[in-house]
Design a protein around this ligand. Sequence first.
Ligand code: DSN
Length: 418
Amino acid sequence: MKYENLKDQDVEVYNLSEKERERKESNLDMIPSENYASKAVLEALSSCFNDKYAEGYPGARYYGGNQYVDQLEILCQERAKKLFSVPFVNVQGYSGSPANHAVYMATLSAGDKVMGMDLRAGGHLTHGWKVNFSGKYYDSVFYGINKETELLDYEEVRRVAEKEKPKLIFMGATSYSRKIDFKYFKEVADDVGAYLCADISHISGLVVSGAHESPVPYADIVTTTTHKTLRGPRGALIMVTEEGLKKDKDLGEKINKAVFPGLQGGPHEHQVAAIAVCLKEASSESFSEYGKQVVKNCKVLAEELGQKGFRIVFNGTENHLLLIDLTSKGVSGKEGQELLERAGIIVNKNSIPFDTNPPATPSGVRMGTPALTTRGMKEEEMKQVASLIVDVIEKKDDETVTKTREVVRNLCSKFPIY
Ligand code: DSN
C-alpha cells in the first residue's frame, strides 16, 4: 500500500509506519496472537465508514444517514452467522476484552460468581483475574492444570463448579496448547445451572477451518477476537448459540443491550467493514487449508524443539501455539525473548503453570505459527526455524545472534507478507 497522502501530510507518522512495515517483513512473527491482515482488510479499515456515527443497530439507529452502514452491518452479521453456524451475532465489540465485558453484563449482576481458567495456568485476564474488571466487580473462582499430566484439570472444573455454583463459566485460554473438551464443560455448566461462554479468540481461525472442534454445539455464548488466527482487523464477535437461546430466549437482546448502550457508544463501522471482509476470506477453501497448515506447522515446531531437549509445556501442542519452559537452558523467558528478538525471531515471555518466577521474568516463552503460515511457510521452514531457535538459546553469544539475524532476513525475503 502506498499511503501517498499520509506521506505528504504527515511524514513522521508515515516514516514510523514504513519502519514498522519493514520490521514486519524482515522478522519472524511468532507471537501466537498476531497475524497479517490482507490488503483488502486493511483497505476496508481505512474506508469512509470510519467517519460515520451509528449508535444503535440496523434499522434502529440514533443518527441519520445510515442506509449503507445498516447494509454493511447486516452483511457482516450474516457472514458470521453462516461461518460459525450460530443464530445470533453482535459484530460491534471493539475488541476481546469489551466483548467479554458485554457477556458479564448480559448474564450477571455485579458481585455474581464467574469461573474461568487461572491466568497462571493459561487463562485470560477477563476470565475473572483480580486486577481486571472481571475480578474486581465479580466474584471469581478458577480451575487450572493438573500438575502430573499438565493437562487442563477437568476434575477440578467439576469440583470447583459444584462447590462454588458460578453463574457463568468461561472456557478458553491464551497459552494452553491442547484441545479443550467443550462437551465436558457443557455437562458441568448444565449440572450447576451456569451460562457457558467459550472464548475462542485464539483458535477461531482453526475452528472455522475445521482444524479444531467448534464449541458452538455446547456453549451458550461464543466470543472471539477477529485479529488472531481469524486474520482480520482488531475487533470482536459475540455469538449466541441455539443452546444459549434455548436457555434464555432473550440472550441475544441482552448481549446487544450490554454492548450498546451498556458499554460502548458508536460502533466502529470501518472495523465492521473489515470484519466482513475477513469473514469472507475465512469462508474460502484456501483459508481452510491455512488453518490446518497452522496446526501442522506448530506440531513440527514442537517436535523439533522437543527433540533438541526443549521442554514443551502441556506435553505438546494440538493448536497454533506452544509454551516452552526455558529453565533447563539457563535463561529466563525474558532473556529468551530478548535473545530471539535480536536474532529477528519475535516471541513473548510467558509464565508457565506453577511458575516460581514472577510474571515480569517468567520461566517460559510462548510462540506460534499463525503469522508464519500466512507467509506461506510449511513444515520444512518450521524445521529450519526450530534449529535457529535452538542455536540462539543454547549458544547465547553475539556471533550466533548476528549470524541468525542474517539467516532470518534471508528466509523472510523468500516469503514476503504482501
Ligand atoms: N493479548 C492476547 C494474547 O496475546 O493472547 C490475549 O488478549
